[in-house]
Design a protein around this ligand. Structure first.
Ligand SMILES: [Zn+2]
Ligand SMILES: [Zn+2]
Length: 130
C-alpha cells in the first residue's frame, strides 16, 4: 500500500494506492467512502478508515516473522509505556491462552467490544504480574 501525502497540505486526504486484485477491493471502497478528518493525524485517519490499529510507535520489539509471540492488537512483543516501564504480554485470554499487553486490551475493551480478538470468545483474562 502506498500513501501519497500532498506536501503542500498534509491535512487533506492523501492518495492511497493498494496493490492487488479482489482482495483489496474492500480497502479501496473504504478509502473512497471515508471522510477524511483534517483535524486528526494521518495515522488516526488511516486507523479509522480501515478500522484497525496501526503498530504503535512505542513498540520496542516487533517480530513480524513470529506472529505467535506478538500482541494481536499492536503487533509488538514489548511496549515501552514510559522510560524503563516495559509492558509484556501479561494479559492472557482464559480461552485461547493468547497473550496481550494489559494496556492494549484495556483500550480494546474500552471500545465496547467484549470478545477476544484472537478466539472471538467473550474475553476473560488473567494478568500475570510482570
Ligand atoms: Zn499490544
Ligand atoms: Zn481468546
Amino acid at each position: 500500500m502506498d500513501v501519497i501525502v500532498d506536501p503542500n497540505d498534509v491535512h487533506v486526504k492523501p492518495f492511497v494506492e493498494f496493490y492487488g486484485d479482489e482482495e483489496v477491493q474492500a480497502l479501496r471502497q473504504w478509502m473512497r467512502e471515508y471522510t477524511w478528518d483534517s483535524n486528526s493525524s494521518l495515522r488516526t485517519n488511516l486507523e479509522n478508515a480501515f478500522g484497525v490499529p496501526l503498530p504503535r510507535e512505542d513498540c520496542l520489539a516487533a517480530r513480524p516473522d513470529d506472529a505467535s509471540e506478538e500482541c494481536p492488537i499492536c503487533y509488538c512483543t514489548e511496549l515501552e509505556l514510559a522510560p524503563g516501564k516495559v509492558e509484556v504480554l501479561s494479559a492472557i485470554c482464559m480461552k485461547c491462552k493468547k497473550g496481550y499487553h494489559p494496556s492494549c486490551i484495556r483500550e480494546y475493551l474500552d471500545t465496547g467490544i467484549a470478545d477476544c480478538p484472537n478466539c472471538y470468545e467473550p474475553f476473560v483474562y488473567a494478568t500475570n504480574p510482570s
